[in-house]
Design a protein around this ligand. Sequence first.
Ligand code: HEC
Length: 129
Amino acid sequence: MKKGLTVVFIVLVIVLGYVAVHALTAPVKLSAAQLGGQLIHSNKKGIDCLACHTIGKKGGNVGPDLSKEGTLKHSVKWIEVQIATPAKHFKMGQMVKISGKSYMAIMPDHKMLSKKELFDLASYLDSLK
Ligand code: HEC
């Protein structure tokens, strides 16, 4: 191989290698629902949902099963309000019926969560069908 060609070849390999590594290591942008899914299964402060709610196979039964929350036709906004301030929907201490089952309305406020966290969590629950 001629010297000039060899140099061109090496430069090409370096450039392509750089592009490939960059493409593989670039951060993938997650949707709000995906971020909410990660958050709800994390141990972050204020994320206590699974103590009372079942999602999939994991969780408690003090509150309704949220595995199919998206089929209940609540808006994302409604779910955000529910998470931050449940008493705006259900009077504390009263018996409420949700999807045919009775619950004592005792869900706590989650005012420590940011607007973005509320939106991500609500988007995630809305996606569960
Ligand atoms: C101490 C138990 C408890 C915890 C912790 C809890 N919930 Fe609840 N949740 C309930 C109960 C009980 C209800 C029934 C209504 C109420 O209490 O407001 C409820 C209702 C809901 C509903 C409304 C379901 C519907 O469609 O009517 C959503 C959505 C919800 N919870 C999401 C969450 C999320 C997300 C978290 C965590 C950030 C969470 N809950 C933490 C007990 C809890």
